[in-house]
Design a protein around this ligand. Structure first.
Ligand SMILES: Nc1ncnc2c1ncn2[C@@H]1O[C@H](COP(=O)(O)OP(=O)(O)O)[C@@H](O)[C@H]1O
Ligand SMILES: N[C@@H](CCC(=O)OP(=O)(O)O)C(=O)O
Length: 262
């Protein structure tokens, strides 16, 4: 594949970032993401993997079992996805950005023809300045909503699209030491290449809308590392989080490429 003019970032935004931890999707957060893309667009191209469909739907409807059962979650995702896309489309359009929607599932990454189709579609979109916004196709697959693995979907996307960087935006200043999470002091691990070491830092705790916790982010980083892609876990609740991370003005975790011994 020929070199691209711009660096390609796959940016995953979790439900907690989009709701800023509330019960409502935050237009302000979506605008913040859009403004950063505008500011960076001469040097970087973006593919977004966005959760939030279920969280948006919960704003509008109250289905049986309050969205705990898997089939009810699937229905909520189906109701929420068009609303989520509408909010992205309206907010990004005001900033002069074009959006598109791609719904994918893990099994699409296992079939050669589907993989080619995904790459081709996304390359055409990006070449025409459309920002692909990817979410899991929750009607046909339940893996992600069960295990919180839009993180994994983002990593599979990053490796398939040969991205230069995977950014996972969550609600903490990156991955913190286990001890510091347990005593609420949150000390960020700034740079690491040893994924096994990170696994020992996982605390079995997730936030209100989240599903996979830090475990699924570390698994995503492993997939990206195997594809020779760096992963940054950043606090997406803060304004300007991507730009500040690029300029090293914020605390976040870089999972750098593996070092192979001869
Ligand atoms: N070592 C750790 N460092 C930081 N957060 C951790 C760690 N281990 C577990 N967590 C939990 O993971 C949560 C983020 O994951 P999650 O709730 O799934 O959010 P998202 O919606 O961003 O995917 C944090 O709010 C925290 O509760
Ligand atoms: N497809 C689901 C994704 C669920 C999910 O993985 O959530 P998160 O842990 O916030 O990334 C949705 O849009 O609600």
């Amino acid at each position: 594949m020929g070199r691209r003019d711009k660096k390609r970032i796959v940016l995953k935004v979790g439900s907690n970032v989009l709701t800023k931890g509330t019960d409502h999707i935050s237009r302000g957060k979506i605008e913040d993401i859009g403004r950063q893309i505008v500011a960076l667009q001469d040097t970087y191209e973006f593919v977004i993997v966005s959760s939030g469909a279920i969280a948006v739907a919960k704003q509008f409807v109250n289905l049986e079992s309050n969205g705990v059962a898997i089939d009810v979650k699937q229905a909520l995702a189906s109701i929420g996805q068009p609303h989520l896309m509408r909010i992205f489309q309206e907010s990004f359009r005001d900033l002069g950005l074009l959006t598109s929607q791609c719904l994918l599932s893990y099994s699409d990454f296992e079939r050669e023809q589907s993989k080619k189709n995904i790459i081709n579609t996304i390359n055409v979109l990006v070449a025409n300045n459309y920002i692909p916004i990817i979410n899991e196709n929750d009607t046909v697959a339940t893996d992600e909503i069960q295990f919180g693995d839009n993180d994994k979907l983002a990593a599979l996307t990053a490796s398939l699209l040969n991205a230069d960087l995977l950014v996972i935006a969550t609600n903490t200043n990156g991955i913190c030491t286990k001890e510091s999470v347990e005593n609420n002091t949150y000390q960020t691990i700034d740079e690491v290449n040893d994924i096994e070491m990170l696994e020992n830092e996982i605390v079995a705790e997730i936030s209100s809308h989240g599903t996979g916790g830090m475990k699924s982010k570390i698994e995503a980083a492993r997939i990206a590392q195997n594809a020779d892609i760096e992963t940054w876990v950043i606090n997406g609740l803060k304004d300007n989080f991507v730009i500040n991370a690029i300029q090293n003005k914020t605390l976040f975790t870089k999972i750098v490429k593996a070092v192979y011994n001869e």
